[in-house]
Design a protein around this ligand. Structure first.
Ligand code: 1YM
Length: 651
């Protein structure tokens, strides 16, 4: 606070003290404003600034937004809008633009005349970004003058905003460097992460043009223009393309409506897969847990397709398609823009506004019904697909009932190969799912039988990406997993029935092991998703090498990477040049004896495991569709691109 202020007015001193108190609050609790100080929070800084430029574009004053990552992970965002007002603010006695960048909650845009729609931090974003930056430079062109101000160390400034030149252009440019003392983990941006979000924003705001470039490496400049006149229609097409899915009909169905100050739009398309993907947004914010807009859409879709079936006598009396039937193979975007969004739930990922459900529901019912009547061929295809899903659901139900009857008749319903644990408290229990009989044998002998259960897998694996649920019920490899976990699958999934707190996949560190891991993860993702979002799924990390010197137990080290192996070799040599170090490479779990397996991979005191998390269900869906789908090219591309990331599993 003892900054050397270049001010002539006592007001400015007081002002800066007040300002810095506000920004200091942000620096003390960054998580409250941007969620975290990890990579996610870091990228959030960019979104906050871009959001302001998008608001300006939506207000109709800006046609292009440029986003650059510069050397040293400096971000530059530029727009050709009106430019943030630079006049002296009536009560704060400093430039309005300075107010926007230094006063928390200046986002109300000075009350009145602001935008009808605001997302993100509702405009407080600019000052939050400034508070969390090592430095930030703001340039505003107002058609006459170029105004400039520099901030440093989280919003401090030595000089007020000043004119540095003349111009006939208008617009705002913001350049900033995230503060490494706040973002301790990393201040390096991931191009793909920013690209994904910028592209999403370009889809959601039809016509807005965003030019995004990575200029960090002069030899490898990457640039992308994101500009979609078709808006969310093109979003749906994009989701089909990236997943290499085959659409059912050629064009995307699009409906929209207005009610007062609110707008709603829906784009949808079917494909020949069995999965549904609905992404919903409120004021451009992804509502990961859905909410009233999504419910309204789903209700309408079910009603319309049933009504269509009745009207054309395609449904027998009393026959009814359920939501899951009409959503099989559906890709849809639901986007609403409201004056005031209420976000609910622990992660604020669900839209709560009750009036939105009937608004979306009625709009979609009316317009989609019209569409289907005007496009009978498309309508018939959608209906037939839904009916096929319904028939499969009934077949699955029969299979399930048979499975249930069978298990009720068998005295012990748990799978025969399961070596269960004695403890029942799921806070403490864990199950190792192990591929291969020899590894299974070692694991059974090496485990702590009080709380560790072992389930060896055998038989032919089903590629669940290409199977409906009825196939799972008949699969000899997956059913033991289902019965051992106790939760059932799909609609019947019940996490309260889970028999083990940790579900640990243990497979070899080779190609086959990786295949079985992927298949099991896909299975959990498609049929037991809450298991993943709840954080119950883990991947065991067996060591790659055993490094030892002589026979003493004291001189044995297990290495999980080549670097670690070399480090242990040096450590055990202890500067004695001639000493012999033994390095054993484990080709598979089966090579380890029970004791080694326990020490290195299963002992809770010593093991390392990866917890599988689901940061982004959309990305995960894309990954699984690519990894397990029919198309070879995208799979190879994905694997090549991501090979370096193997080891951290964040689907
Ligand atoms: C690179 C980031 O922030 N552009 C931007 C911001 C504003 C305006 C124009 C703007 C808004 C209004 C009137 C209004 C903002 N202004 C304010 C505030 N790009 C970027 N472009 N004139 C210009 O809302 O009425 C906050 S953001 F509060 F000063 F009006």
């Amino acid at each position: 606070m003892s900054e050397n202020l270049n001010t002539k007015n006592q007001n400015y001193d007081e002002n800066q003290i007040q300002v810095l108190e506000g920004l200091e609050a942000v620096r003390k609790r960054p998580g409250m404003y941007i969620g975290s100080t990890g990579p996610k929070g870091l990228h959030h800084l960019v979104y906050e600034i871009v959001d302001n430029a998008i608001d300006e574009a939506l207000a109709g004053y800006c046609s292009q937004i440029t986003v650059d990552i510069l050397e040293g992970d400096v971000i530059r965002v530029s727009d050709n809008g009106r430019g943030i007002p630079t006049g002296i603010h009536p009560t704060e006695k400093i430039s309005a633009a300075t107010v926007v960048y230094t006063i928390l909650h200046a986002g109300g845009k000075f009350g009145g005349g602001g935008y009808k729609v605001a997302g993100g931090l509702h405009g407080v974003g600019a000052s939050v970004v400034n508070a969390l930056s090592e430095w930030l430079e703001l340039t505003v062109k107002d058609g006459k003058n170029i105004h400039f101000q520099r901030f440093h160390n989280g919003g401090h400034y030595d000089e007020q905003m000043k004119i540095i030149g003349e111009t006939t252009e208008t617009g705002t440019t913001v350049m900033f460097k995230a503060d490494p003392t706040i973002f301790e983990e990393t201040t390096v941006y991931e191009y793909d992460v920013l690209l994904r979000r910028l592209r999403e924003q370009a889809f959601l705001n039809a016509g807005v043009k965003i030019v995004f470039s990575d200029l960090r490496n002069k030899d490898e400049i990457v640039s992308e223009t994101l500009h979609y006149e078709g808006g969310i229609r093109q979003f749906v097409e994009h989701l089909h393309n990236t997943r290499e899915l085959t659409p059912l009909a050629e064009e995307v169905i699009y409906v929209s409506g207005v009610q007062g100050d609110s707008t709603a739009e829906v784009a949808l398309m079917y494909n020949d897969s069995y999965n549904e993907l609905i992404l919903s947004f409120a004021n451009n914010i992804h509502t990961t847990d859905g909410g009233t807009h999504e419910t309204g859409f789903k209700n309408a879709l079910t009603k319309v397709i049933n009504e269509y079936g009745k009207k054309f006598n395609l449904l027998k009396d009393g026959e009814k398609l359920l939501g899951d039937d009409v959503r099989e193979g559906l890709t849809a975007i639901v986007s609403v823009k409201l004056t005031d969004c209420e976000f609910e739930g622990q992660t604020k990922g669900r839209l709560g506004n009750p009036e939105v459900r009937p608004f979306v529901e009625n709009m979609v019912m009316e317009k989609l019904m019209n569409y289907l009547e005007e496009n009978p061929a498309v309508a018939r295809e959608i209906f037939d697909k839904s009916q096929a899903a319904q028939r499969a659901r009934e077949a699955a139900k029969r299979a399930r009932d048979t499975a249930r009857r069978k298990s009720a008749m068998e005295s012990a319903s748990l799978p025969g190969k399961l070596a269960d644990c004695s403890e029942r408290d799921i806070e403490r229990t864990e199950i190792y799912i192990v591929e291969g009989d020899s590894a299974g044998g070692s694991a059974k002998q090496g485990r702590d039988r009080r709380y560790q259960a072992i389930l060896p897998l055998w038989g032919k694996m089903l590629n669940v990406e290409k199977a409906r649920i009825d196939k799972v019920y008949g699969n000899e490899k997956l059913m033991p997993v289902v019965t051992a976990l106790g939760t059932s699958i799909g609609e019947d999934f019940d996490i309260t029935k889970l028999r083990y707190g940790k579900v640990i996949i243990m497979a070899d560190a080779d190609v086959d092991g990786s295949h079985i891991r992927t298949l099991l993860l896909t299975f959990f993702f498609r049929f037991m998703r809450p298991l993943i979002s709840n954080g119950n799924v883990y991947i065991a990390q067996p060591p790659l090498y055993k490094v030892s010197r002589g026979k003493s137990e004291k001189n044995v080290r297990y290495a999980f990477s080549d670097e670690e192996r070399d480090k242990y070799i040096d450590e055990l040599k202890d500067n004695n040049e001639n000493v012999k170090i033994d390095v054993q490479r484990y080709k598979g779990l089966g090579e380890m004896d029970p004791e080694q397996l326990w020490e290195t991979t299963m002992d809770p005191e010593r093991r390392t495991m990866l917890r599988v998390t689901m940061e982004d269900a959309v990305k995960a869906d894309e990954i699984f569709t690519i990894l397990m789908g029919d198309k070879v090219m995208p799979r190879r591309e994905f694997i090549e691109k991501n090979a370096k990331y193997v080891g951290e599993l964040d689907i």
